[in-house]
Structures are given as structure tokens and as C-alpha cells.
Design a protein around this ligand. Structure first.
Ligand code: GDP
Ligand code: FO1
Length: 304
């Protein structure tokens, strides 16, 4: 069994590559720090991106949401004065509604995710990192705000002073998360935002401890190529926590629980420097532009 730690858009590409090339025996542990309640609905963007990827419903150009969705609901609620900055599609809404009803009926997020994955005919296992409330807050000169408010509402424009994981200290890993990490042949940390996708998981003590115990089997793919994130605000977030925006910085951040790091060919000059941290480095093209790239990277990760 393969264990995969995933966020949303970047992770989805590797997850798709893995399921197409490797095996169905994959358990994906997904970030919950960017979950948000809007219009009375529980929205779990990273879980949903992974569910839509595995059920072949993802709007892959966008990296989130359902393909060919429409926005009639959003347009209509905005007429009545409700916020419309978070683009919830009409088809996407169905998932938030079903999940919200299950949670309101007393189901845990793990149970709700499991039943929804089954109803989508997903063969793989999808586990929320935690059933407890973990929320990533971005500290800016305008004050602290939810990650989605920073990234979607304010388009990632404010300066970032710091990042907080509210609730992470009190949170427990969801059922099966720790044993999945401990029993997996390999644990793959996706090319994901290290601060807003991987950070909320590794700040849950039980998950960090399990990863440290599994370190020899844990491999990560850098989300940074040539000192830049492929997409998103990872550079602002990393600087705010004092981490260098480079594959070396990512390796330093992950080194207590990762024994192998995959970096891009463009960064091969850094190999010796990174290996001094005590992490083995492998080099390949880690930019996934096409499904073919996703599958090639997936095969490479399995071979490392
Ligand atoms: P989010 O939750 O939607 O932000 O998605 P993730 O955290 O899973 O992925 C975003 C991160 O993945 C960003 O930091 C990107 O730099 C990185 N990323 C996106 N696409 C790629 C890619 O093709 N290759 C690599 N190596 N990193 C990528
Ligand atoms: N990302 C955006 O940039 N704009 C949106 O309006 C937006 C809506 C949205 C709705 C449902 C969903 O599952 C994801 C959505 N995302 C949107 C993506 C989301 O903000 C990010 O991918 C992650 O939360 C960052 O980790």
C-alpha cells in the first residue's frame, strides 16, 4: 500500500499519475486546514479536489471544482446580498450539501468522506488528516484571515507576516491516518504548498510522530523549481516562516520526516548542498504540464 499526503491542485496531478500508472492500493491523506464554512455549508477544497480527481470529474484546467459546471446558484445568492467571492459551482454544491447533511447528522468527516468516495465509485481510500477543527490563518498587515480569504477573496495580494494552524495542537489524526503512514511501503509527500497544505498536517503531533517513525520510507517532491513555486503563494508563506524559497529550503523544512527528496533537473547544482542536510536527492523533470508528465513523475517517485 502507498500512502500519499496531499493538498489540492498540485497534489491532484501526481495523484492522477499514481492511480493511472501504479496501483489502486493507495491511501490519500488530505489536508483539512483550508476547509471553510460558507452559506451554511462545510466546504473541504482539498478533499474535494482529490475526490473529483479520482472520480474523473475535476476541472483539470482550473485544478479545482467540477468540469463543465455552471454558477447559477452563486449568481442568484449574490442578488440577495450574499458573498460570491468563493466560486461554488452548481454541481459542486451537491457535494457540500450532502457532506453538510451527514456532518449535521453526527457523522465524522472521515465517515462522510468515505461514504461519498464510495458513492463516486472511487477505488482508493481518501482520509481527511483530522476530524478535528484545524484552520490555517494567514497573518497580514490587514489582520489575520482565513487562507481562502487571503488567496481567493484578496487574490493573495496582502503581505504575509506569518501563518498559524489554529487547533492543530489539540487535534488528533483521523482514524487510520497513523497506521496508514506506519504500514505503507512508501509515503509520498506530493508537490504541494509546504505551508498551507503539508504544514497543517505535520503540525498535528500524531501525524508528525508517525512520519518521523516512517522517515526511511518517506519521499517528497519539491513544489519549488528554480527558486519559484510552480503556482500559488508558497513563496510568500515560506518567507514569512523564515524558510528559503528553494528545494534546499523545502528539504530543511521536511528533513526530520523525509529521507528522500525529488528535485528538478534545473536545480541539480544544489544536490551536494541538499545532501549535506542528510536527505538523499533524486533529480528528474518535476514539472507536470500534461497527463503524460504526471505518469512519468509517478513512475519515477515509485522507483526512488
Ligand atoms: P493547493 O492546495 O490547491 O494549493 O494545492 P497543493 O498544495 O497540492 O499544490 C500547490 C503547490 O504545488 C504549489 O506550491 C506549487 O508550486 C506546486 N505545484 C503545482 N504544480 C506542480 C508541478 O507540476 N510540479 C511541481 N513540482 N510542483 C507543482
Ligand atoms: N480557488 C480560487 O482561486 N477561486 C475560487 O473561487 C475557488 C473556489 C473553490 C470552490 C471549491 C473548491 O473545492 C475549491 C475552490 N478553489 C478556488 C480552490 C481553493 O481555494 C484552493 O485550491 C485550495 O483551498 C488551496 O489549498
Amino acid at each position: 500500500m502507498l500512502a500519499v499526503l496531499a493538498g489540492g491542485t498540485g497534489s491532484a496531478k501526481l495523484v492522477r499519475g499514481l492511480v493511472k500508472t501504479v496501483t489502486d492500493n493507495i491511501t490519500i491523506i488530505v489536508n483539512v486546514g483550508d476547509n471553510i464554512k460558507l452559506h451554511g455549508l462545510h466546504i473541504c477544497p482539498d478533499i474535494d479536489t482529490i475526490l473529483y480527481t479520482l472520480s474523473d470529474q475535476l476541472n483539470s484546467g482550473q485544478g479545482w471544482g467540477i468540469k463543465n459546471d455552471t454558477y447559477n446558484f452563486l449568481h442568484q445568492v449574490s442578488k440577495y446580498g450574499s458573498d460570491d467571492w468563493f466560486k461554488l459551482g452548481d454541481k459542486d454544491l451537491a457535494l457540500h450539501l450532502v457532506r453538510t447533511n451527514l456532518l449535521n447528522a453526527g457523522w465524522t468527516l472521515s465517515e462522510a468522506t468515505n461514504v461519498i468516495a464510495k458513492r463516486m465509485d472511487i477505488a482508493q481510500t481518501v482520509l481527511p488528516a483530522s476530524n478535528d477543527h484545524v484552520e490555517t490563518l494567514i497573518d497580514t498587515p490587514q489582520g489575520e484571515m482565513h487562507l481562502q480569504e487571503f488567496w481567493v477573496k484578496l487574490k493573495g495580494k496582502p503581505d504575509v507576516i506569518g501563518v498559524k494552524y489554529v487547533g492543530s495542537k489539540k487535534s488528533q489524526p483521523a482514524p487510520n491516518v497513523v497506521n496508514t503512514i506506519l504500514e505503507a511501503e512508501k509515503v509520498i509527500i506530493c508537490p504541494a504548498n509546504p505551508v498551507s497544505s503539508i504544514g497543517p498536517m505535520t503540525h498535528i503531533l500524531g501525524i508528525k510522530e508517525a512520519l518521523i517513525r516512517a522517515r526511511d520510507r518517506v519521499v517528497a517532491i519539491s513544489p519549488i523549481i528554480c527558486d519559484n513555486p510552480v503556482s500559488g503563494p508558497a513563496d510568500k508563506f515560506l518567507r514569512s516562516i523564515g524558510v528559503d524559497v528553494s528545494p534546499k529550503g523545502i528539504t530543511e523544512l521536511y528533513s526530520s520526516f523525509v529521507s528522500k527528496m525529488i528535485i528538478d533537473e534545473n536545480d541539480k547544482a544544489m544536490i551536494t548542498d541538499i545532501e549535506k542536510i542528510g536527505v538523499k536527492v533524486s533529480v528528474t523533470d518535476i514539472m507536470m504540464r500534461t497527463e503524460d508528465d504526471e505518469q512519468k513523475l509517478a513512475k519515477f517517485v515509485i522507483g526512488v
